[in-house]
Design a binder for this molecule. Structure first.
Ligand code: C5P
Length: 433
């Protein structure tokens, strides 16, 4: 028997364009055996009709707190008691704000407040609204209240932009609801339900990432650089953003496009990157140095283009001086975030990386074997070992996007207590306690 058989699900619909998918969601839930009642808000009616929702749910749709017939029987209390689970899909930014603050001036708000059933939200909104500080604050309040979050997904949006804020697909929502009820029914740990804690573990945290190569000027037209494509660093920035973090990406010149929602600080030289890192890192939670920083730069930069004819006799030699070590400088900050480096090695990879871990004062280091042709610089795939003081994990060859998620998941597992402490330290309310 399906977990949803006979379960009573109240589907709340608020006013976002994704409401056009809600009838399909209702059908999925009913196909799986659930009983469904639908409550819609006034603005939801701009996007989907009560008639459609009534047809697919098989029940009259409620949309007002001021229905004399229904409220004669205390309809909102009845619905609140009836539900085994309340799923709001789509949940707009406005609905999140109302729920977070306990507004009960419409039927859906009153039901949520009057019910002890678990509440799950499927947010859907423009990516900038999703990442707005007010929405972040509301999500933190809702997380503290035990509200579950399903999605949102990263992808194309109705506004024509791309980013996090797309409502999850009806089939995925139905699956997540099944998992949620299965946990409640059997009281055992199951496959993780997407909730704020699991799906957006970096909500409220700031991640700073360096990526790409640096360029060290020789003269106005020439520079020393390397083959770094920035792909791994940009993939990590996208993964951190999807995990809910505010992301600052300090990048040398690359051809990658910046994930929408990530703050880009574009730099050229190692010294620019060093200055940008020391500006962004204080107060952040996690600093990941993926950039292939040039270790040396020419000691002087010629003001004019160096002419071949000038040098015919003597040849040209460049005097190089060492660049600052950016990741080590961040690790040495008084209130340093969790600091993670990358090491590209061609031999004795793990031993060399362990040396760098302690020499640079890092919390963890991701080691790549760049002697392999199929992974590393410029390729779309990568394999790595993540090393920390008393452990390591091998992450097999996979896309740079998947590898980024695997790296982040491990870092979150290892260091989350430190992120949370930093969040507490930077919150003036907590500092005062
Ligand atoms: O010493 P090595 O260059 O192999 O160390 C690699 C790690 O150190 C990477 O995380 C890289 O981003 C960082 N690094 C740095 N500043 C430098 C050199 C390397 O942040 N000047």
């Amino acid at each position: 028997m399906n977990v949803l058989t006979g379960r009573r699900i109240l589907v709340g619909v608020s006013g976002g364009i994704a409401a056009y998918k809600t009838p399909e969601l209702v059908r999925e839930l009913r196909r799986a055996g659930a009983e469904v009642q639908v409550v819609m808000t006034r603005s939801a009616a701009q996007f989907v009709t009560a008639t459609s929702l009534q047809a697919v749910s098989g029940n009259p749709v409620r949309d007002t707190l001021w229905d004399p017939a229904a409220e004669a029987q205390m309809g909102h209390i009845e619905l609140a008691r009836w539900a085994d689970l309340i799923l709001i899909a789509p949940a707009t930014a406005d609905r999140l704000a109302r729920l977070a603050h306990g507004f009960a001036d419409d039927l859906l708000g009153a039901i949520c407040l009057a019910s002890t059933a678990p509440i799950a939200l499927a947010p859907a909104m423009n990516h900038v609204m999703w990442q707005a500080p007010a929405t972040r604050r509301n999500l933190e309040l809702l997380a503290a209240d035990g509200v579950h979050l399903i999605g949102p997904e990263v992808g194309d949006q109705a506004c024509g932009e791309t980013g996090p804020g797309r409502m999850s697909e009806p089939a995925d929502l139905a699956r997540a609801v099944t998992e949620l009820l299965a946990q409640g029914l059997e009281g055992t740990a199951r496959a993780p339900v997407h909730s704020i804690g699991q799906n957006q573990p970096l909500l409220g945290h700031h991640v700073v990432i360096t990526a790409g190569p640096t360029r060290e000027a020789i003269d106005p037209v020439r520079f020393i650089s390397n083959h770094s494509s920035g792909k791994q660093g940009y993939a990590l920035a996208a993964a951190a953003l999807a995990a809910g973090a505010r992301v600052t990406l300090i990048s040398g010149p690359v051809a990658e496009s910046v994930p929408v929602g990530v703050t880009l600080v574009a730099v050229e030289s190692a010294r620019d990157m060093h200055a940008a890192a020391l500006t962004a890192a204080p107060g952040s939670d996690l600093f990941i140095a993926v950039a292939a920083v040039a270790d040396y730069r020419p000691s002087t930069v010629a003001e004019q283009k160096i002419k071949k004819t000038d040098r015919k006799e003597s040849g040209l030699s460049l005097e190089l001086v060492e660049n600052p070590d950016i990741v080590a400088a961040v690790a040495a900050l008084p209130d340093a975030p969790v600091v993670v480096g990358f090491a590209a090695e061609t031999h004795d990879a793990l031993a060399h990386a362990r040396g760098k871990l302690s020499r640079k004062g890092l919390d963890a280091i991701v080691v790549n074997d760049v002697s392999r042709q199929d992974i590393g610089f410029g390729t779309d795939e990568n394999a790595a070992t993540l090393i920390w003081a008393d452990g390591e994990i091998t992450l097999p060859k996979q896309s740079k996007a998947d590898l980024s998620r695997a790296i982040l998941d491990t870092l979150i597992e290892l260091f989350m207590p430190r992120f949370v402490r930093q969040l507490a330290n930077t919150n003036p309310d907590n500092a005062a306690k």
